[in-house]
Ligand binder design. Structure first.
Ligand code: NAD
Ligand code: IPM
Ligand code: MN
Length: 354
């Protein structure tokens, strides 16, 4: 198994080090894994003058899977937009065709008190957010800034989805729902936006192939509210790129912290990029404070989805569970009575639990 390792920026290298240590336990036991490191984002710009350098592109194209930390940082925010770290992330998603972003919001029972919501609201939470990742207003053309006919400056983006794009993500979402509670909620803004009215129409059509799945529809503003009011009404949610970005950050707080939310981004051949849903956290970077669990859990998703190694995935997830049950907490999930640990100490504990 050839794995491209892209630590990225900010806390990226810190959390990646811990995820690799956890994978190294499996490697030491004989699992055949080769890690090849490459820069992405600001690190790519610093090394090669581009956020997705050709060097990195080649390594990622040849790899079976990609493991990513996070990209971005204030020092890059004034670069020309095509050179910014975030563009590197969008470029790799597009380059590898990673259209299906799975973000599981699962509450470890040990963290019921870490959520800002009441424990009884989040206890037992297990939602899978399926976010379309290579379309929508993120990629639509035209885009940019210009002076309009009245001489005013304006910014503009284009929200667009093709039928094929909606069909393939809908199939992924229905497929996942079939293996879970068979409930799928499609999130749109069909009351205002034609693109998402079209989305809804296509999802309804695809549903005919999955008669066992109970399909519902919700406007995105209501969905944002329902996630806080009664999140356990959801099993699988499917939505476009921008709504999925926002709703998944919101859902992360149901699990205690954004530092717990793993993700997998898959293409047609299940080649995957695995990364935590959070960013490079410049406010805590370099301080050994970050929670590495979302990255470690992303490595577990890599075992499950790209390498079909369910046993290895469960092994990593159970190690995380054990560490939480033993009371170890990074700052973002800390509560009185627990043992506060650093990023690397959290890694030590997961490795020991493995
Ligand atoms: P962020 O997710 O980096 O941080 C938001 C807040 O959550 C911060 O207070 C941060 O300290 C905290 N946080 C995030 N991850 C944590 C972890 N593992 N452990 C403990 N606390 C954690 O979002 P932001 O501040 O909006 O963005 C910072 C930079 O990251 C920007 O440049 C942005 O573009 C980039 N970004 C990258 C990705 C990615 O690489 N996938 C995702 C989101 C944002
Ligand atoms: C994420 C991030 C990215 C996104 C940014 C950094 C391009 O917020 O992975 O959720 O919006 O997709
Ligand atoms: Mn995001």
């Amino acid at each position: 198994m050839k794995i491209a390792v892209l630590p990225g920026d900010g806390i990226g290298p810190e959390i990646m080090t811990q995820a690799i240590r956890v994978l190294d336990v499996l490697r030491a036991e004989g699992l055949d894994m080769e890690f090849v490191e490459a820069p992405l984002g600001g690190a790519g710009y610093d090394a090669y003058g581009h956020p997705y350098p050709e060097f990195t592109q080649k390594i990622c194209r040849e790899a079976d899977a990609v493991l990513l930390g996070a990209v971005g940082g204030p020092q890059y925010d004034t670069l020309d937009r095509p050179l910014r770290p975030e563009r590197g992330l969008l470029a790799i998603r597009k380059d590898l065709g990673l259209f299906a972003n799975l973000r599981p919001a699962v509450l470890f029972p040990e963290l019921a008190n870490a959520s800002t919501l009441k424990p009884e609201v989040v206890a037992g939470l297990d939602i899978m957010i399926v976010r379309e990742l290579t379309g929508d207003v993120y990629f639509g053309q035209p885009r940019g800034m210009r002076v309009n006919e009245n001489g005013e400056r304006e910014g503009f983006n284009t929200m667009v989805y093709t039928e094929a794009e909606v069909r393939r993500i809908a199939h992924v979402a229905f497929g996942i729902a079939m293996k879970r509670q068979k409930k799928l909620c499609s999130v749109d803004k069909a009351n205002v936006l034609e693109t998402t009215e079209f989305w809804k129409e296509i999802v309804i059509d695809v549903a005919k192939e999955y008669p066992e799945v109970e399909l519902s529809h919700m406007y995105v503003d209501n969905a944002a509210m329902q996630l806080i009011r009664n999140p356990k009404q959801f099993d699988v949610m499917v939505t476009g790129n921008i709504f999925g970005d926002i709703l998944s950050d919101e859902a992360s707080m149901l699990t205690g912290s954004i530092g717990m939310l793993a993700s997998a981004s898959l293409n047609e051949s299940k080649k995957g990029l695995y990364e935590p849903s959070h960013g490079s956290a410049p406010d805590i970077a370099g301080k050994n404070l970050a929670n590495p669990l979302a990255t470690i859990l992303s490595a577990a998703m890599m075992m499950r989805y790209t390498f079909n190694n369910e046993a290895a995935a469960v092994r990593i997830e159970n190690a995380v569970k054990k560490v939480l049950a033993a009371g170890y907490r990074t700052g973002d999930i800390f509560e009185p009575g627990m043992t506060r640990v650093s990023c690397s100490e959290m890694g030590d504990q997961v490795v020991a639990a493995m």
